[in-house]
Design a protein around this ligand. Structure first.
Ligand code: 13P
Ligand code: SF4
Length: 393
């Protein structure tokens, strides 16, 4: 957990918590913007070699290949948060993912470790759909109609540290796409299990309505158990009866990458490949997940493709860098993106070799560029919510 002031000159390396959406990446020096790919590779390789075990480069599965090639560990957001927590010896964690992932790494790592995000503009549009002010307002409005003590707030990993802390303070938990089922089961378990804080009888789930809905259906709830809370409408756009009768209140947020996938894409794939396998991420809308054969986190998708027999044709509904990598790594299988109009995560793509070279060379020179720090109070409560998740799964 970082708790030091931001050194002067590190524009944009702001401690987060209260103003988590302010991110300003300063322009890179020309040395990096005009460098050839070969130069950048040499500089990155030399800086990594000079830093040795002092640096750990983490790469999320959506990262571009030119960056992923330098990652010491790859993973989904859950796996990367675990790795960051376990590697106590690494002085610097260079997180090639997006902002909320780097924040989680800062929360889970020790005070002697510093987390770096190569481009501060690598945010997540979904995470930004539930800002702390809107969530606090919603909570106050809910308190007018219902007993909020009985609501368990659950935030998807794709959220700011401030939201994770909000949840931690109120007996809730973080979840990821690989453990949302376990976390919701815990939250809605009327008996509790005596070891972890007593759960409630309903959930406020944010920011991704789709992950919440897909997981709830998977657990046997039906549409009448769920209501969408629209943060832009008075009282979430819901009547008192709606709120009181809902087991799951789903925040109206989404991922612009995954929301593009439509059931028509699945139908078109099946028409071309009647024996093909369809695997999608649970951030896709429910009608897409319903029409797929399998749905799961990025790690799950990778395993599904790995385990499919040679000769399989697999239609994948997730970010294009991962789909392309799966295609390249499985020459004995045909792996295609379900959406022919290909959809990158534009914020994740901001992490590129020039930014990676810039932060690594800074570390060699003793300058920590783009450090991500979460203020101690926010970090302490966010850690409670993250640890609840780790204990549940
Ligand atoms: P995973 O947790 O499956 O890695 O997903 C993170 C993400 O941002 C998906 O859009
Ligand atoms: Fe956020 Fe979607 Fe990008 Fe994942 S793919 S980081 S949810 S914008």
């Amino acid at each position: 957990m970082g708790d030091q002031a931001v050194p002067a000159g590190q524009i944009g390396a702001l401690p987060t918590g209260g103003y988590d959406m302010i991110r300003l990446q300063r322009a890179l020096p020309e040395r990096y913007t005009s460098a050839s790919p070969d130069d950048l590779d040499r500089w990155i390789g030399a800086a990594k070699a000079a830093l040795g075990e002092r640096v750990l480069v983490l790469g999320h599965h959506y990262q571009r290949d030119e960056v992923m090639g330098w990652a010491d560990a790859r993973g989904d957001s859950f796996a990367l948060s675990r790795i960051a927590a376990e590697r106590r010896d690494a002085e610097y964690i260079v997180f090639c993912g997006v902002h909320f992932m780097a924040e989680s790494a800062d929360i889970l790592t020790g005070d002697h470790q510093q987390v770096v995000l190569p481009d501060l503009n690598a945010g997540c549009s979904m995470a930004d759909m539930a800002d702390i002010d809107a969530v606090e307002e919603a909570w106050e409005e809910l308190a007018l109609t219902t007993d909020v003590e009985r609501i368990v707030p659950i935030t998807y990993m794709n959220s700011s540290a401030a939201l994770k802390a909000f949840v931690g303070r109120r007996g809730g938990s973080v979840c990821t796409s690989s453990n949302a089922r376990a976390v919701l089961t815990w939250a809605l378990n009327p008996a509790g299990d005596g070891q972890i804080p007593p759960p409630g009888d309903r959930v406020l789930f944010f920011p991704d309505q789709h992950l919440g809905r897909n997981t709830a259906f998977d657990l046997g709830y039906d549409a009448s158990d769920m209501r969408v809370w629209n943060p832009r409408a008075p009282h979430g756009g819901l009547s008192d009866v709606d709120v009181k009768s809902a087991t799951l209140l789903l925040w109206r947020g989404h991922c612009s990458v995954h929301q593009r996938f439509r059931p028509e894409h699945v139908a078109a794939f099946r028409e071309d490949h009647p024996d093909g396998l369809v695997v999608v991420h649970p951030e896709c809308a429910h009608d897409v997940v319903e029409s797929a054969d399998l749905a799961g986190s990025t790690d799950f998708i990778i395993r599904a493709v790995d385990e499919a027999p040679a000769g399989s044709v697999i239609g994948v509904g997730t970010e294009i860098h991962l789909v392309k990598r799966l295609h390249d790594e499985h020459p004995d299988k045909t792996v295609v993106c379900l959406d022919p109009l290909v959809c990158p995560c534009s914020t994740m793509s901001r992490i590129d070799p020039p930014h990676l070279a810039w932060v690594l060379e800074g570390l060699v020179e003793g300058e920590v560029r783009n450090r991500i720090t979460v203020d101690p109070d926010t970090a302490a409560w966010a850690k409670v919510a993250l640890e609840r998740m780790l204990a549940t799964t």
